[in-house]
Design a protein around this ligand. Structure first.
Ligand code: ADP
Ligand code: ASP
Ligand code: MG
Length: 463
């Protein structure tokens, strides 16, 4: 089989775990063609973002300390992952050079007191570049003939939307086949950095948070892989976040549509677009646990096994805010919703949910919390003072609960059962939306009620 195997941050969380991941790869390369994708070590991408932030505020000492900690973390991981002195020495010298590059980039931000989306992508790209070199050392020690490549060198080419770049699929497919294909032909196992790519000028871009999953499916699509395996720290996609619902269960199969819906609402930090390339080319995706490899995990496929479950999963999105736009004269006058969406789109703010009251006198939308100040600013400028809108209000202490399942479509009474379960707990629902796909029902509650609402529905459907 041709397998793409992506290892998430927790699966590469320290030297021991990197070693463990390398052993898993070793087990499969004997009888398969494997393409390995590495995330950054757990926490490193967050730290790199913080580093850019501190540098752009001129926090010299913080920057020094953070850089030293990062360096220490990676050198310790090398010591723990690799025993062979010669390989260890090689990896250390490669990592040392990378850290020097990183230091120079951060210092330039520090001097200029300015970070651009482009320089930020450059800095955060180091997480995957570092981890991949250590993985290379661990695999080399296990006698796996392998070669590491950064996303761009592997042929992944994107537009220049730094921070959330979009792969240019046609050219990427050609380049990946040429570059990775030739390694596979020679029996070499490619190790590719997740998350990062280049634009057409060769400048480093990133695919957005959680983007290593996306790298894996892009490679799977380009190379006509048989399956893509996403190795993580859970046995699979679960009926709810295990941190919220203690007895959440692993789903053995879900459809692509359900999994995409789950990803959009944040399940397992899956990149929302990660499943697109796999779905397009009908490549099965498996979520597996590096800490429990014999477990079959979750299979994401176009033909999931028949199941009686109407609701498959209940998810909570925490970092959101709700905006309500009100005005009596909106009634019967088309265009207010369009105007709201257009205003936010111009600011690159994604609307996660939208609902309009029956009387049409108010429209509510949900967006990411961090975008709230910008969104309010733009909407107030664009809408207030027009005859349409009287008032714009917002709440930033809310959560979205999303109930997902393909079989909800055409099953009557799902909504009343869902809202009934929530009402029984005395929880007030602030807003409701149902996508036209009928794959999900989502609603907004106060932040303090979020966990309770998830648990109530999980229990109601016996998940
Ligand atoms: P990785 O580093 O492997 O990419 P992530 O941290 O991105 O892993 O995602 C794994 C985590 O997602 C799990 O540890 C779990 O706590 C969380 N999670 C939230 N919702 C779900 C869900 N529905 N199913 C599985 N995991 C979930
Ligand atoms: N390291 C990146 C992140 O933390 C990409 C990933 O892990 O998938 O978002
Ligand atoms: Mg992830």
């Amino acid at each position: 089989m041709r397998l793409v195997m992506k290892f998430g941050g927790t699966s590469l969380g320290d030297g021991q775990r990197i070693n463990n991941a390398a052993r898993i790869v070793k087990e499969y390369v004997e009888n398969n063609e494997v393409i390995v994708v590495c995330s950054a070590m757990a926490g490193v991408t967050d730290t790199l973002f913080a580093l850019v932030d501190r540098a752009s505020r001129g926090r010299v000492r913080d920057v020094e300390i953070t850089l030293n900690n990062l360096s220490e973390k990676h050198f310790k991981a090398i010591d723990d992952a690799i025993k062979n002195e010669e390989i260890k020495k090689d990896v250390k010298s490669i990592v040392k050079e990378l850290i020097e590059d990183l230091r120079r980039a951060v210092l330039s931000i520090l001097y200029l007191r300015e970070a651009t989306p482009r320089s930020r992508d450059y800095v955060v790209s180091f997480g995957e570049r570092l981890s991949t070199r250590i993985m290379w050392g661990a695999l080399t020690e296990l006698n796996v003939n392998c070669k590491y490549l950064d996303g761009g060198d592997a042929g992944i080419i994107t537009d220049s939307n730094f921070g959330e770049a979009n792969p240019l699929m046609e050219i990427t497919r050609l380049e990946v086949r040429r570059r990775i294909g030739s390694l596979l032909d020679r029996g070499i196992t490619p190790l590719v950095t997740g998350y990062i790519a280049v634009n057409e000028e060769g400048v480093i871009t990133t695919l957005g948070r959680g983007g290593s999953d996306y790298t894996a499916t892009i490679l799977g699509y380009c190379l006509d892989a048989d399956e893509v395996w996403l190795w993580s720290d859970v046995d699979g996609l679960m009926t709810a976040d295990p941190r919220i619902v203690k007895n959440a269960r692993v789903l053995s199969t879900v459809s692509f549509n359900e999994a995409i819906e789950m990803a959009i609402f944040g399940a397992k930090g899956l990149h929302p677009r990660a499943l697109e390339p796999a779905m397009k080319s009908n490549i099965n995706v498996r979520i597996k646990n590096t800490f429990n490899p014999p477990h079959p995990g979750t299979l994401i496929t176009s033909k999931p096994e028949k199941s009686d479950m109407i609701v498959k999963a209940v998810l909570l999105v925490k970092d959101v805010a709700m905006i309500s736009v009100r005005g009596a004269s909106m009634v019967g006058r088309p265009g207010t919703v369009a105007k709201i969406l257009e205003t936010l789109a111009k600011e690159n703010i994604n609307v996660m949910m939208i609902s309009q009251s029956v009387s049409e006198s108010s429209v509510s939308i949900v967006i990411k919390r961090e975008a709230l100040p910008r969104a309010l600013n733009r909407l107030e400028t664009a809408l207030l003072g027009t005859s349409l809108v009287e008032d714009i209000e917002s709440e930033d202490d809310v959560n979205v609960v999303a109930v997902i399942g393909e079989r909800m479509k055409g099953t009557p009474g799902v909504a009343s059962r869902v809202f009934g379960a929530v009402a029984k707990k005395g929880i007030n629902i602030r807003m409701i939306a149902q996508g036209s796909s009928e794959l999900n029902i989502s609603f907004v509650v106060k932040e303090e009620d979020g966990y309770e609402a998830v648990r109530a529905i999980h229990e109601e459907y016996g998940l």
